[in-house]
Design a protein around this ligand. Sequence first.
Ligand code: ATP
Ligand code: MG
Length: 201
Amino acid sequence: MVDQSVKNQRHQARMQRLKEKVDAKINAAQEERGIFIVITGNGKGKSTSGFGTVARAVGHGLSAAVVQFIKGGWECGERNLLQSHGCEFAVMGTGFTWETQNREADIAAAEAVWARGKAFLADEKIDLVLLDELTYMLSYDYLDSDEVLDAIVNRPPHQHVIVTGRGADKNLLEIADTVSEIQSVKHAFEAGIKAQKGVDW
Ligand code: ATP
Ligand code: MG
């Protein structure tokens, strides 16, 4: 059996090499600007991640705005909390496309809420914009993809943007700085467990 002190020495040497690598990377990353993040995939945690980042920003005194595409008019824990901390919300409020079953009404609602989103993306006073469930607006062709991409690309340089939703289109991925794909390993819903207040909404 290897002596504990030998193990400890090896560990320290490994950690020292790792620290050198990490420090070199940290020193190399010097640019400061707004970043564009896409959180996509079929697993749970996309909107949670987006709202977690909004909470993080608001906690630092930054100003944030949220556009909720798709979400219905129902209560939502993150909205209750963040609105009371000065975070502006624009809510599409039509619910899921399989509930409305009306393409024209969905498009009108998408365009109306997108007008607010576009204004957020042009507003220098806003540090972070969350476009929750935007991906569906592009995959259903409810919004003009070039217009959305232009607004994101031409936003104020310091402004961060987060887009969430399944099936993010390749143009969004291309212009993003950070992309995470959340994979579903299992989900409580598949075992018959109802969406839970405070965890799912
Ligand atoms: P969350 O808002 O919990 O972070 P999400 O944004 O990743 O979830 P959406 O596709 O927006 O996922 O789904 C919204 C709702 O559907 C949430 O209540 C979430 O718990 C649930 N959900 C997410 N992923 C799955 C899945 N793989 N199977 C079943 N339900 C899911
Ligand atoms: Mg979501």
